[in-house]
Each structure stands twice: as structure tokens, then as C-alpha cells.
Write a new protein. Structure first.
Length: 484
């Protein structure tokens, strides 16, 4: 029987009405995020004559991977602020404002100044918004509600509507008017999201405005001082040339690894979690690793695959050349078309649907298969890959994504200890951060001459990891303590 809470709040495709507002703000945030990211790689390595900054391709891909990694790394900051200082709802709102500022900086500030200021602002803001939007979606459902995975699939559809439209419009603006117009359009999209969200804030559950574990006032100066020291340290390392554009992805990988290990250690050692909650956190470790492997491949859409589309894909359609960023809209189209079907399937199956670990296995294996599909085209000449072949590859990307990514968001809320609810969501995003930074670091191993070993090794590793996860799934399910 559904509770009175469910009866009051149903109204968005059989889900709580507040899901519609979160759907909308995430859609506009993803419009701006993917719209900007769709043109970022080529902006960094195109020559000055073509409106770019003229960096080497591997360095450009590394920066994009590191930036993506920092986006998900900053979910730690957003989650911590929500749990200790401001509450999820306020952090989400202020993060959206910071994202808009970052896109404005990319549009108006010249050269590397705009890149530095803009990407830092967007990374911090996106991290805060993503962790808290996901946490708030989880708060709309009571424990044991079989609609939760379906609700996250609908939420994920909003993500992909924005991801579909963003690259189309910013790519068109970039090709017709210039890169800075594309970045400006991303800023306008985020502004639209802020306006829409402001009108719907009152519909959110009251608990998302509560600070669950307030930071004592006496400790706030210490935390503020530590934050200032961290910023100064980063600036000094950049000035000393320790952190450089060509090693930024590797630095990000190290930082994320340290943060992930520390985060797991803090949660597992906490006296505020029960024995059952501790086992569930342990069960999340192999899921974390599977998510990392998956996103190390999936996020290459914005690094290696972006270079591949620019140089190897035949983008000519009846004499018209498709903008490079439009390829980034192919994956969201499939997700938009299929997300509803997956949501309906999980809802219909209810308790009979595959367990979360089983979905992770399928997602990881399929992601490896997608990379193997590049092999028939490996080593070809410039603009030699048919567009339909890339569409097929990205279709498999999309099926794999729907098996793992929204399920990972949902699983992090289901396995989260009550004292670390939003921060457990941040741990899930840390796995994406690690994978995204790795996607940038792997770009240095890619070239047309090495396509066959590159795609074969990476695809094979993902398939192998997925099969290994299948072997340990019974143990993982026992540790999950009844959570599916």
C-alpha cells in the first residue's frame, strides 16, 4: 500500500511533483554544461586563425578530462556544505548561480584567462549542483519505494534532453559566429534554469533545507582557514610549474584517488553509522570501481572520441559539414528515447528486476563492447568513418549508460548511512571524477597509427572487469543487507 506521502506528491508521470522541478533545473544545467563541453576540446586545440588557443591535441584532451574530473571531485565540497553548513537546497541554488558566472567568464574573458576562471567556476558549481540535486531526488522517495530507480531514470532523461540540445545550439553558434558566442549561449541556458528552479523551490520537501550534521561554530574559522590554504597551495604549485596543462589530468587522478580513499575511511570509521550501514558502504566499493572503469571509457566522448569525430568521421551530409559538437548529441537522443522504456521496465518488474550489481555488470561489459566496435574502422584515413557507424557505437554507449549511470545515482542514496547521505552521493560522483580524469589521461596513448591496440586493450579491460564483478556479485548482495 502506498503511503499518504506518496498519494500527496504523485503527479509527474506517477512520481512526486517536485521531481518535475529538479528535472528542469538539471536539464538546463546539462544544456549549459554539455553545450560548453561540446566545443571546449576543439577550442583548446584549434589554431588562433580558427578562433582557438592552439594547444597540442593531447594537452587539450587532458585539460578537458581534468576539468571533467574536477567537476565531479567538487561534489565533495557541495555535499559537505549541504551536510554541515547550508543544507542541500541552498547549496543547489548558489551552485547554479556560480555555473552561470563561469559560462559568462568563458564568453567574455579572452584566452586562457577566460578558460581558467570559467572552468574553475563551472567545475565548482556543477559539483555542488549535481551532488545535491541527486540527493534531493532520493529524498522524494521513502525507503523501499520501488519507484526510486524509475524516478532516477526520469531525472536522467532531463539530463539528456539538456545534453542533446546544448551541443546542437552551441555548436551551431560556434561554427557560424565563433566560440565565445557558443559559451555565451551556455550562460543563457543556465540563467533559464535558475529562473525555472526559483519558481519551484517551495514544492521541495522541507527536510532538504535542513542541515543534518551542523558544523560547530567554533570549528568554522579552522575550516575557512584550511580552504584558504588549499587555494593558495594550488596557486603556488601552478606558479612553480608543478601543475601544468600537460600533466593536469594525472594530478587530478592522484587527488581524486586520495580523496576517495579518505572518504571511504572516514565513513567506515565513523561511530555514527550502524553495523548494517557499514556493510552497505563496503558493498559500494566494487560498485565504485565498476563505475570508474565505465566512465574512463564513456567520458572519452569528450576527449579521444571528440578528436576522432573532428579528424576521422565523415561529417558531410548532402554537401553540408556537420559541426563537431553535434556528435555529442547522438548519445542523448538514444537516452531520451530509451530512458522512459527503462523506467517503465524497472517499474513493471518491481522486486523482480535485476539487482543493482547485475545492472553494473551489464553496463561495464557493454561499454567494453562499444570500444571494440571501433576496430573495423581502425587505421583509416581522414574523414573515412561513416556517420552511421559512429551512431551504432554511441547506441551501445547509451544502452550501457542506462544500465549503470542512473542506477549508480540511485544505489548511492539507497546504501547511504543516514549521517552521510549527501556525502555518499558525492562518493558516487568521485568514481565518475576518477573515470573522467582518466579519460583525459588516456588521450596521450591515442593516435591513428595506434587505434587497433588502443581500442582493443581498453575495450577488453572493461569486459574483463565486468566479468570479475559478476563473480563477486553474490558477496556484494549479502553485504547490501536487503537493498537491491
Amino acid at each position: 500500500m502506498r503511503t499518504a506521502r506518496h498519494q500527496r506528491k504523485e503527479g509527474f508521470f506517477g512520481h512526486p511533483r517536485a521531481l518535475a522541478n529538479l528535472f528542469g533545473v538539471e536539464m538546463w544545467e546539462r544544456f549549459s554544461f554539455y553545450g560548453m563541453q561540446g566545443i571546449l576540446t576543439i577550442y583548446l586545440y584549434y589554431s588562433a586563425a580558427d578562433g582557438g588557443l592552439g594547444l597540442p591535441e593531447a594537452t587539450a584532451a587532458g585539460i578537458v578530462g581534468a576539468y571533467g574530473g574536477l567537476v565531479y571531485l567538487s561534489t565533495i565540497i557541495g555535499a559537505w556544505l549541504a551536510d554541515r553548513v547550508l543544507g542541500s537546497e541552498r547549496v543547489l541554488f548558489f551552485s547554479a548561480v556560480l555555473i552561470m558566472f563561469g559560462h559568462v567568464a568563458l564568453a567574455l574573458l579572452p584566452g586562457f584567462l577566460g578558460v581558467g576562471v570559467g572552468l574553475c567556476a563551472v567545475a565548482l558549481g556543477s559539483g555542488g549542483l549535481k551532488a545535491n540535486a541527486t540527493s534531493i531526488v532520493g529524498a522524494l522517495y521513502e525507503e523501499g519505494d520501488d519507484r526510486r530507480d524509475a524516478g532516477f531514470s526520469l531525472f536522467y532523461m532531463g539530463v539528456n534532453i539538456g545534453a542533446f540540445v546544448g551541443p546542437l545550439l552551441t555548436g551551431l553558434a560556434q561554427s557560424e559566429l565563433g566560440f565565445h558566442y557558443g559559451f555565451g549561449l551556455a550562460a543563457i541556458g543556465m540563467a533559464a534554469g535558475l529562473v525555472q528552479y526559483s519558481f519551484g523551490r517551495k514544492r521541495l520537501p522541507a527536510e532538504v533545507g535542513v542541515v543534518p550534521n551542523p558544523l560547530p561554530r567554533g570549528r568554522r574559522p579552522l575550516v575557512l582557514g584550511a580552504a584558504v590554504v588549499a587555494v593558495v597551495l594550488v596557486v603556488v604549485l601552478v606558479l612553480l610549474d608543478v601543475i601544468r596543462p600537460d600533466n593536469l589530468a594525472n594530478v587530478t587522478i592522484v587527488v581524486v584517488l586520495v580523496a576517495a580513499v579518505a572518504y571511504f575511511a572516514v565513513i567506515l570509521a565513523s561511530r555514527r553509522i550502524t553495523a548494517v550501514e557499514r556493510k552497505r558502504v563496503l558493498a559500494f566499493v566494487p560498485m565504485f570501481l565498476a563505475s570508474f572503469v565505465f566512465f574512463a571509457l564513456f567520458q572519452q566522448q569528450f576527449t579521444v572520441v571528440a578528436i576522432y569525430v573532428d579528424q576521422r568521421l565523415d561529417r558531410s551530409i548532402f554537401g553540408w559539414v556537420m559541426p563537431v559538437s553535434w556528435a555529442n548529441s547522438i548519445n542523448p537522443v538514444f537516452v531520451i528515447l530509451l530512458a522512459g522504456a527503462f523506467a517503465a521496465l524497472w517499474t513493471r518488474l518491481g522486486s523482480r528486476q535485476p539487482s543493482s550489481p547485475a545492472k553494473f555488470v551489464l553496463g561495464t561489459v557493454l561499454m567494453g563492447v562499444a570500444f571494440l566496435l571501433f576496430l573495423p574502422m581502425a587505421g583509416g584515413g581522414r574523414n573515412s568513418t561513416p556517420l552511421l557507424m559512429l551512431v551504432l557505437v554511441l547506441f551501445v554507449f547509451s544502452i550501457a549508460e542506462l544500465m549503470l549511470s542512473p542506477v549508480g545515482l540511485s544505489l548511492s542514496t539507497k546504501l547511504a548511512p543516514k549521517a552521510f547521505h549527501t556525502q555518499m552521493v558525492a562518493l558516487n560522483f568521485l568514481s565518475i571524477s576518477l573515470g573522467t580524469a582518466t579519460a583525459g589521461a588516456l588521450a596521450k596513448f591515442y593516435s591513428v597509427d595506434r587505434e587497433t591496440p588502443y581500442f582493443a586493450v581498453i575495450g577488453g579491460v572493461a569486459i574483463g572487469f565486468g566479468l570479475l564483478l559478476a563473480l563477486v556479485t553474490p558477496l556484494v548482495r549479502r553485504l547490501m543487507g536487503g537493498v537491491r
